[in-house]
Structures are given as C-alpha cells and as structure tokens.
Design a binder for this molecule. Sequence first.
Ligand code: ATP
Ligand code: MG
Length: 452
Amino acid sequence: MKATIYIVDDEEIHLRFGKKALEKGGYNIETFIRSQDFLNAVDRSVPDLVLVDMIIPEISGAELIKELRKRSSILPIVVVTADPRIESAIQAIKNGANEYLRKPINPGELNLMVEKLLDYSQMREELQSIQTDNQKKYSLESLVGECEQIQSLKAFIRRVIEYPNATILLTGESGTGKGHVGRIIHYSSQKSNKRFVDINCAAIPEALLESELFGFEKGAFTDARAPKKGLFEIADGGTVLMDEVNSMSASLQAKLLSFIETRSFRRLGSVDELKVDLRLISTTNSNLNEEIARKNFREDLYYRINVVSANIPPLRERGSDVIILTTHFINEFNNQFRKHVEGLTKSAEEKLLEYEWPGNVRELHNVIEHAMIFTDRDTLDIDELVLGMKPRTTTGDNTGTENFIARSLSEVEAQHISDVLNYVNGDTTKAAEILGISRKNLWEKRKKLNLE
Ligand SMILES: Nc1ncnc2c1ncn2[C@@H]1O[C@H](COP(=O)(O)OP(=O)(O)OP(=O)(O)O)[C@@H](O)[C@H]1O
Ligand SMILES: [Mg+2]
C-alpha cells in the first residue's frame, strides 16, 4: 500500500520541491499552503507521515506540532526549518517532532529519512498488533487446569501482577509451563504494552550472553562495528525472562546481581550508567539450593532473584488436569487443522492418566498435535497416542525405514513450522530467523497451511 504524506509550507515553491523530491518513492502526496486546511485534512484522515515547515505565518511551528500530537501520538513528524541554529531544531524535537531537516533540503537525505521513519512506524504498528494478540493469548484463562496447585498458581499470578517490578523466580521441570506463566504475568500486568523479552541463558555462549543482556558500544571488542542495545535496554518498562538462570557463569552472576541491586548497568565498553525499569523473571529446572551448596550459584543472587517464587508442579501430579489439558489442545488443533475431533476413548484417557509425562505439558501438547495430524476419526484412540517419542536426530543411523511415514511436503512443512514456533514460544521473529525465511513469508505460509 502506498504511504500517504502531507506537506505543509507557506511557500508554494517549497511545496513543489518537496513533492518532486518524494515523488520517486511512490508515495501518495498532498500539499497544503494553509495550516488550517492541513489540520482539517489530518482530522479527516491521518496520513502516514507529515513534513512541516517551522515558520508558517498563522501558527507557530511549536503549536502546530502540539496540535498534531493531540491527534496522533505515533504519527511521524519531520520538521523543516530555514533557521540554521541548533536550538530551534532541539525545540522542535522537544515539542514532539521525530526528525528535522534544514533548508535547502537535500532530496536524497529527505527520502532516506522518510523511508526510515515509515519503516519504523510500520514496525511499531506490527508490534502493537502482536502485543494485542499476546494479551489475548496469554490471559490468566490461558492457564488451563483446575487442580489445587494450578488454582494456587493462579492466585499467585493475580497477586504478583499488581506488583509490576517485583522480581520473580519460577521453578519447575522442563515443559511444566514456566515460560507460559512468565508471559501471563507480563501480558496481564500494566507492563503489557511494553516489551517482553526472553533469553535462554543455557543456550547462549557466555561471552555472547553478556553482550546480549547488556549491549555494547562500538569498538567494545573486535567485531563491535556498531553499538548494540542489550535486552535490558530493549525491555525497559517491560519484562525480561531469563531461562535457566542457574547456568550462568560466576562472573555474569556477579554482574546480574549488581544490575538487580542498582537497576542500572553499563553497555560493554561504555562508562555511562543506564537506568532501567523492568521486571525480571528467572526460571530454573534445577534445585538452586543444591547449586548453592555446590558453589555453582551465588547465594546472594539467589535471594535477589527469589523475592517471590512459585513452583510449577509436574504434569503427573495434576491428576485429571491431563484430560482437561488434552481437551483444550484438541480444540486448539481442531481450529488449526480444521478438524472435528470430539474427544478421547475411555482407554485413551486411561493411557494418558497413567503415563509419567517426563516432558510435562509440552510433551502432552506434542502428543496431541501428532495424533491430531494423523487421525481421521472423530474420537482419538489409544493407537493414535504415541507416548515416549524421542525427538528424531539428524545424525547417524539410517535404519529408521520401518518408521517411515508417507507424508506430503506440506504436512512436513506444517509440522516443522509448528515445531519451530513452539520451540520459540510463538515468537515469529525468532521463528522466521530459524526457518531462514522472512516474517512476511512465514505469515503467508501459516495462512496457507492453516497454522493458527
Ligand atoms: N497450564 C497450561 N495451560 C495451557 N498451556 C500450557 C500450560 N502449561 C504449559 N502450556 C503450554 O505448554 C508448552 C510448554 O510450556 P512452557 O514452554 O511454558 O514450559 P517451560 O516450563 O518454560 O519449559 P522449559 O523448562 O523447557 O523452558 C507451551 O506451549 C505452553 O503454552
Ligand atoms: Mg521455558
């Protein structure tokens, strides 16, 4: 879709020049010589970007920017000024403009700036819609289960969301729902419009983890050609979830401790202290007390990350929640795959209730997904529930032909995309990266394959 740009300037020649300069960008451009006509047009339909002359006779640049900001908080505003003094540009930015340009305008510079601002505001819009989706997806109701432990977990969540900066520790076996609970805490709290970022401390090499968390300045190390924000900076105002915090090295543990104590840090290679306001949620599936006894984990850090904590019970201790979760997942995949499975046979239920679930809810989710892909019946039976599936390895033996399943490419594709999305907890940016395709391409594929 063509972006719409409004230009307002009291001199005809500047309007013509601006229009001509932007024409090759293929924008839809409207020009206004009177500020009131311009504001009326904005009232009728907010454009994607505005180019505003600072000195229009009827109204001051500052007032005009304020009027615009009243109408939209996110509209990109570029101010054009003939005033060579830096103060006037600073004032324009303070009043709410995004960028400024000096006359005479360089068409190349103008186009670059416009392109960048439009990209950025599109990103913001996408982010906004992802966030609204996530607020629905990670509501308190999305935590399925009725057993006592889940009910008290819900009470815990309801309580802690009222304390947006309290540091939280979530413990529990792999696949019990720690990440899910972390997201619910974020998306149900007043931080839900800010970023939620998660990082798996065990999956990232130590040196990289430090720069991921704290960011770096240009030249901080050989490859640091440009400065980079760390997750603590990106998540300012929001939530950082640190998975498997127990796997951090001693030196990073010390840095994390100091960050939690001061809520401030320095980018690698920088002397400036940055202060941020965020919630830290840590998760672990190992026993931190044992790690402390073995001197693998700092005791002082433990007390800092463990201001409030909850243990998420393994699935095998949740009784008939297994069946409630199964029904929930069947519905989920009915929608996704356009199927009409109604439930389970009695013996299938028994099989699920007896099983130990070493991979917990994630394993159950996968088992049901697998069954839902292959079933042609309206009730899942015992033979369709393949328990204890080992993840297939890509290395080594080629003797697996007896397990060969005749599947179409699109089935395999759908399964793989869904696995990857699961793996990254629905983070489409990460999923696209792993799959080696663009986010747009991923979106199209999901649409085509009916993946949620
Ligand atoms: N109570 C629940 N209701 C609905 N879905 C759940 C529930 N618990 C977990 N899930 C789903 O199960 C999957 C695994 O959960 P999650 O990733 O949160 O586990 P985890 O404890 O973070 O695992 P790991 O230790 O491997 O990081 C996710 O798809 C999650 O949405
Ligand atoms: Mg997790």
